[in-house]
Design a protein around this ligand. Structure first.
Ligand code: HEC
Length: 109
């Protein structure tokens, strides 16, 4: 009987000693800028219809400023490599739009 009492006491003590130290701190995170909408410009509709199914506008907008030829090749890559269902007729309008927003700086918030 006494042995059982000592055992219980030892378990309780042991439990208390091993109490985890929990410290609560205030934490905050800053989300990256993610423009959810495309700025106005010629060809915006073509970009909305052909390009926003797979990634957010920010993927397209937050790119280094590149030439028209480079945009043509990026759109070509979307079609050839990523199988983007892009209307071939819309490609020039899409390229115009990307060049336009980069030229006007509308892509950088
Ligand atoms: C079928 C899905 C799909 C469609 C539709 C699509 N893309 Fe992409 N795009 C991708 C994938 C996959 C990547 C690479 C991974 C990532 O960055 O998310 C990518 C990446 C990009 C990038 C980052 C730079 C690079 O060269 O990888 C740009 C810019 C881009 N896409 C523009 C466009 C434009 C403009 C259109 C419309 C013509 C378009 N995408 C349509 C799938 C797509």
């Amino acid at each position: 009987m006494r042995a059982a009492t000592i055992l219980v006491a030892a378990l309780m003590l042991g439990g208390c000693e091993r109490a985890p130290e929990v410290t609560f701190t205030d934490a905050s995170i800053t989300l990256p800028d993610d423009p959810l909408d495309l700025p106005p410009g010629p060809g915006r509709q073509a970009v909305l219809e052909n390009c926003t199914a797979c990634h957010s506008p920010s993927t397209m907008l937050q790119q280094p400023k590149v030439s028209r030829a480079k945009w043509e090749s990026i759109v070509g890559k979307m079609i050839a490599i990523y199988k983007a269902p892009v209307d071939k007729q819309a490609v020039p309008a899409i390229v115009d739009y990307m060049v336009h927003v980069q030229a006007t700086g509308a892509d950088s918030p």
